[in-house]
Design a protein around this ligand. Sequence first.
Ligand SMILES: [Zn+2]
Ligand SMILES: [Zn+2]
Length: 287
Amino acid sequence: MAEAMTFSVRFWGVRGSIACPGGETVRYGGNTSCIEVSCGTRRLIFDAGTGLRPLGENMDADTGPFDGDIFLTHTHFDHICGLPFFRPFFAAENGFRIWAGHLLPDQTLKTVICQMMMAPLFPVPPEVFAAAIEYRDFTAGETLQPAPDILIRTMPLDHPDRATGYRIEFDGRSLCYITDTGHVAGQRDKALVDFVSGAQMMIYDSTFTDEEFPQFSHFGHSTWQEGVRVAEAANVERLVIFHHDPSHDDAFMDTVAAEAAAVRAGTIVAREGMELSPGVPLHLEAG
Ligand SMILES: [Zn+2]
Ligand SMILES: [Zn+2]
């Protein structure tokens, strides 16, 4: 039997909204959204929250030059504020493509990033990046192919200012990255269920619990219980709870982890530093 290629995800930031360092969040982590997906020797980055900075430090230890892709779900601050602090951007031999599919026709990703790094909000513009940066706008719903053997399907999510969901297909397996997105209580999002259908893994916006949801139903975020319902309806192998609310400390997340695993075996809460492989049982995994 042919050996499976490396297909794994490493979590560098698992929080939503704002970074929350400190003793109460030290085990699950305080950095905002950033995950690194390895497809064979190729490295794909999804979202550029504060978790992008430690990822960049880690890449520094590797041998460059890097040619990489950064896919943004959207440009809310918690998903892009790590960009100016990503060390590989400051080496001329590196090249990166930054992708976004949620913007309106009259907006471009490049303009948005320039606006974020504009005085008096930020001291230096994106021109300080020495690496070759390409800004790639697309329309959520398009299929992307960053390499001949990697297919990335995309879909629009339900979020203020919009967001893009990703389904990464590699080596016969699928990993779905679904954040930030809301849901309507009691209604199934059929488009989402179809999109993630049969995936080995779904990382899902679980900012709230079902108990908290009525208060925040218009925020454009979902619950871990809705993640379970979507995973069940779509036959997703493993649900990964993600985009934790900054007010949910380690003790709270432990409770969520226990409840979720009891409701649907194999469900886990994303933690900073955790590495998972879609389609590989947990006990066989390294981290
Ligand atoms: Zn967010
Ligand atoms: Zn958002």
